[in-house]
Design a binder for this molecule. Structure first.
Ligand SMILES: *Cc1c(COP(=O)(O)O)cnc(C)c1O
Length: 379
């Protein structure tokens, strides 16, 4: 596949294992890790990551949609699958959800009513809004929701919330308030007779920073893939004394040079003629552009790696091609391997480097890599 694809993504099994082991070493013993594989496993490919995670002992998987849940279900018929997104057209699709190992996050009693009437019924996890302002409810609306659930004798298995800003700050007062709000909501549910619920609040950053919020389960996404949720999270973890937590990026993205052209000085390169050579320049063309998921804001603003050296991106990134300056890399030729994300020798280009250059987050960099590009598992 690698031989014929214009570019390919390598998924490191070893890195997944080390990242999981890092989390196992900090997880409260009563808590279980759920691997979050939504959005094509953050660009790492859902099927590939499902199989690798199960091989590595992951016992729960989290996704966003029914479609994703069904793909995981096809691979493993019994593993619990947490579905976190709001399900649309529920009435029409409810029969797809009649599975006792689907754990469905819901916000409204009407949803719970429909789901609990299924046979077999999926497990229901009540979402509480503690400060994210997205799914779930709080205050009086939450109270009314619990009253209605009780009235209809609906069984609850879990209760959950999501942090809004753990990743964005070094000072965690908003998250700490969310933890208090969550505990209040859990007590409220208990007052309605909903006891021994599976409580879950933490994504990657909060799992790293708030052991007291691990409860019965954590939902780890970005850091399973070996990426830090943010520089603030990394610094916060250092500040609380954990300097040894190891994450290894799971994904590398590679391609090959398909054309070389030697230009004299003062030649324009690419659309809009936004780059002009100032010395005799050896330009390499690689068959990857913004269609494949390479952010166009990397135009004249990024590097790829060729034979262990950095090669600047010249001119605008095209739809399916990008030009590189390989003047200083004598061995660079048609067929040479080019690393778009990953290591080559001493050099590396990380999803974080790219995210900084285009003013986004590493999450967006990997999720944007086109699904059409093959993912290949490597040790
Ligand atoms: C995506 C998501 C997560 C995982 O977040 P990371 O920051 O990638 O670890 C956890 N919980 C919910 C509700 C999510 O949507």
């Amino acid at each position: 596949m690698k031989e014929i694809a214009s570019s390919w993504v390598e998924i490191s099994k070893h890195s997944i294992r080390t990242n999981l082991n890092s989390f196992r070493s900090i997880l409260n013993p009563d808590s279980t890790l759920t691997a979050i594989l939504k959005s094509n496993a953050y660009g790492h490919e859902l099927e590939t990551m499902t199989k690798l995670c199960i091989d590595e002992g992951v016992s729960r998987i989290g996704v966003n949609s029914i479609e994703e849940a069904l793909i995981v279900r096809n691979i493993d018929s019994t593993i619990p699958i947490l579905i976190m997104g709001e399900i649309q057209n529920l009435q029409a699709r409810k029969n797809q959800l009649a599975d006792p190992n689907f754990w469905i996050v819901f916000s409204r009693p009407e949803t719970a009513k429909i789901l609990s009437s299924l046979s077999p019924a999926p497990k229901l996890h009540l979402k509480v809004d503690t400060g994210m302002g997205r799914l779930g409810t709080r205050g009086e609306t939450l109270q009314i929701t619990l009253e209605k659930l009780k009235e209809s004798e609906i069984r609850l298995d879990g209760i959950c919330t999501h942090f809004a800003s753990t990743e964005d700050v070094l000072e965690h007062k908003h998250s700490l308030m969310q933890i208090r709000n969550f505990e209040t909501a859990v007590s409220l549910a208990e007052s309605f007779g909903y006891k021994n619920l599976i409580r879950h609040t933490c994504a990657s950053a909060s799992t790293l920073l708030f052991p007291s919020a691990h409860f019965e389960m954590v939902r780890v996404g970005i850091s399973l893939y070996g990426l830090w949720p943010s520089i603030q999270t990394r610094l916060s973890l250092n500040l609380i004394g954990n300097k040894n937590f190891q994450l290894n990026p799971v994904l590398s993205w590679k391609t090959k040079i398909v054309h070389i052209q030697n230009h004299p000085a003062n030649r324009y390169i690419g659309y809009g003629s936004t780059f002009q050579t100032s010395y005799p320049t050896k330009v390499a063309v690689v068959p990857v552009g913004y269609y494949e998921g390479l952010d166009r804001k990397l135009s004249n603003n990024g590097d790829m790696l060729v034979l262990g050296r950095r090669a600047r991106i010249l001119g605008r990134i095209c739809m399916n091609m990008t030009m590189l300056d390989v003047t200083h890399i004598p061995g660079a030729d048609i067929g040479s391997i080019v690393t778009i994300i990953g290591h080559d020798g001493e050099e590396s280009v990380t999803a974080d480097d790219m995210a900084d250059r285009v003013h986004t987050i590493n999450y967006e960099i990997t999720t944007r890599i086109s699904e059409s590009i093959p993912r290949i598992v490597v040790d």
